[in-house]
Design a protein around this ligand. Structure first.
Ligand code: SF4
Length: 357
């Protein structure tokens, strides 16, 4: 693992069997989209997320029935290796029940949970259960009094309220917490997280909230999270997308891999195509993405569309494909392995991939 020299060493906290902060790798998180009423889909989604490499799973707890479902998932071993975070809004009793049921973390916004006494009850239960808490401040739900005191500057209000909650948690003697302070604006998120990183040493969970579609959301998240991670800020991340949760995980690893913060899964380099392209590179690239979607080993694959630049680029990869008219060359770690018919390319590629993993 390539930990950048400037990575901020935050305090180490524990969530289930995982550690967050300090020199631990930046972890990829996602959130369940299935409803508790769709139990088969819900279980399938969790399995897919774990297979895709999701390292922390968050789930929205809406009522008491959610707690029963979570308890049965915990009993069935779904969260033995990947910790579960219960997302609680407003109802502190649900946080207490979720902790009692065995979740590894609750995400609360102390500003909307019903006052300091109720927050204290949650902290006490988390301590008792060795669980962690994520203090989640959101630009959309800032405490009105703090907003007034911050001169109606929502960024300052997010910083002020987060610092107030941190002091409150510290005063209770509870330190096993991380912080998120998400805004849908990329620039606001960067500003708030940078400022918090200068002022406190607790792990930060990064995200751009309500980032949008797979396309827009991935770009906004890459810009926001990329700037922060490059500066050494951030201990866990989520790419929030209006899309499948598995794609949130894939996007997360693309961001971390591109900054050399993780080496997870395949890195597919493919050319943009141009007038020289003589094969259907777009569909071949899509098939390769599908074939490799659950590969966890870090493998560099190049898919190039011609014999002009293709071979040069393809040689840099663990497996390289340079496509010509009806034929393609397969490279293995820089050396031409074989030339095959385009119609046989995917099966030949899969054979070579299986040998590597
Ligand atoms: Fe065009 Fe070849 Fe470059 Fe692809 S690798 S963009 S086909 S010149």
């Amino acid at each position: 693992m390539n930990i950048p020299k400037n990575r901020k060493k935050t305090k180490e906290i524990t969530i289930g069997k995982k550690k967050i902060g300090a020199s631990n790798p930046v972890l990829v998180q996602s959130m369940i989209k299935s409803k508790f009423s769709q139990e088969v889909l819900l279980r399938e989604e969790i399995t897919q997320l774990i297979n895709a490499g999701c390292e922390i799973i968050r789930i929205a707890v809406t009522d008491k029935n959610s707690i029963y479902c979570i308890k049965s998932l915990i009993t069935d071993g779904f969260f033995d290796t990947v910790p579960i975070v219960a997302d609680i809004q407003f109802d502190h009793k649900l946080a207490l029940l979720a902790l009692e049921a065995g979740v590894h973390c609750v995400r609360i916004n102390p500003g909307n949970i019903g006052g300091t006494e109720k927050t204290c009850e949650i902290i006490k239960k988390a301590k008792e259960k060795n669980a962690c808490i994520r203090i989640g401040v959101n630009s959309g739900s800032i405490d009105k009094a703090i907003l007034r005191n911050s001169g109606k500057d929502s960024r300052q209000a997010m910083i002020d309220s987060t610092l107030e909650y941190v002091r409150f948690f510290e005063n209770t003697g509870f330190y096993n917490f991380k912080i998120s302070a998400k805004a849908s604006s990329v620039t606001d998120s960067i500003y708030v997280y940078k400022s918090l990183s200068e002022k406190i040493n607790y792990p930060l969970h990064l995200g751009i909230t309500e980032a949008g579609s797979r396309f827009a959301g991935s770009i906004k998240s890459s810009v926001g999270l990329g700037v922060l991670l490059y500066e050494g800020i951030g201990d866990t991340i989520r790419v929030s997308l209006t899309d499948d949760s598995v794609n949130e995980v894939r996007a997360g690893y693309y961001i971390l891999n591109s900054l050399n913060l993780r080496n997870y899964g395949v890195d597919i380099i493919s050319c943009p195509t141009c007038g020289r392209t003589q094969a259907d590179l777009k569909s071949i690239q899509a098939s390769i993405e599908k074939i490799t979607s659950n590969v966890t080993k870090h493998i560099k694959i190049a898919v190039m569309g011609c014999i002009v630049n293709g071979p040069g680029e393809a040689k840099e990869a663990d497996i390289g494909l340079a496509l010509g008219l009806n034929k393609a060359a397969i490279f293995l770690k820089g050396k031409v392995l074989k030339r095959v018919e385009i119609k046989d390319l995917l099966s030949e590629f899969e054979n070579e991939l299986n040998k590597l993993i």
